[in-house]
Design a binder for this molecule. Structure first.
Ligand SMILES: C[S@@+](CC[C@H](N)C(=O)[O-])C[C@H]1O[C@@H](n2cnc3c(N)ncnc32)[C@H](O)[C@@H]1O
Length: 271
């Protein structure tokens, strides 16, 4: 049934991907993996899958390119608006109240699995709009896909990709060019783009909000638990976690509290 990816090779590639990135390929996704392997072999001008396997096992850059190739990077500006409503009306007021109590003036957000940047730019536009001048903010945006991170850093989007950005944000935070829209330098400077694999600790600490949406869905439950508990360590004493609306921490051993707001559900860390 599979011309290229026989059972033994499927097992081999699947376990490499899992060990390297936590991404889990099930039998249902086998055709996707096969098609991505074909693309890679064509790109590297290799005729056999064994040669491709040898290539990625012998060269870390090739391994990174391979992992990049098996990621799914679908995203959009203001994806799941309800999360951003909860950010504006619930999370930001709670974090500001905490900062006022503790004397902090820097609001820190991490977009983990940020893909091509639409999510961190959405967050940055909202915070730029909302935070009082006495507060500064920083968004850390990370992904395993180097291609996506580079696109995110460039901050250039064709017109078809900026649908969903409110008109007043488009005017304030983008420069219209012949081919599309360029994020302003001022907004771009607020975001620190990083190559980071969630199967490793990020070393980040003191994050007030973590967005990790539509990423955990690619991991099995054991890996999700590891990642989510690492988020806990990277977050400040009173902070909030957003995961995708089809994702859940249900059944996991974590200290996060489930919060149902009138806008969306999210998770809170309180210590
Ligand atoms: C579907 S996109 C989600 C983008 C954005 N968070 C959103 O909700 O629109 C999933 C992203 O997770 C990234 N990803 C998958 N596994 C990862 C890992 N182990 N470490 C970091 N990023 C990973 C992929 O490269 C991809 O860009």
């Amino acid at each position: 049934m599979y011309d290229l990816l026989n059972d033994a090779m499927f097992e081999k590639f699947r376990s490499i991907i899992y060990n390297e990135s936590f991404i889990t390929f099930s039998e249902t996704n086998r055709p996707v993996l096969e098609s991505r392997l074909r693309d890679q072999m064509r790109e590297k001008k290799l005729d056999s899958l064994e040669d491709y396997l040898t290539l990625i096992l012998g060269d870390r850059k090739e391994m990174r390119d391979f992992l990049d190739a098996v990621t799914t990077n679908l995203t959009r500006f203001f994806r799941n608006q309800a999360h951003f409503d909860a950010l504006v009306h619930y999370v930001v007021p709670a974090v500001l109240e905490e900062k006022r109590k503790t004397g902090g003036a820097l609001f820190r957000v991490w977009s983990a699995g940020c893909s091509t940047g639409e999510e961190p730019y959405t967050i940055a536009m909202i915070l730029r709009d909302l935070l009082p001048p006495s507060f500064n903010f920083e968004v850390v945006a990370s992904d395993l896909s180097l291609k996506s991170i580079m696109a995110a850093q460039a901050g250039f989007y064709p017109a078809s990709r900026i649908t969903g950005v409110p008109e007043n944000y488009l005017r304030r935070f983008f420069i219209k060019t012949a081919g599309g829209y360029q994020v302003t330098e001022d907004l771009r400077k607020r975001i620190r783009f990083d190559y980071h694999n969630l199967s490793h600790d990020s070393g980040l600490r003191g994050m007030d909000v973590v967005f990790c949406r539509n990423v955990l869905i690619y991991f099995d439950q054991a890996s999700q638990e590891v990642v989510v508990n690492r988020f806990w360590d990277s977050m400040s004493a009173r902070s909030f976690l957003f995961i995708g609306h089809s994702e859940s921490l249900f059944g996991m051993k974590t200290k996060f509290q489930f919060v149902r707001t009138q806008w969306a559900t999210l998770y809170a860390k309180t210590v």
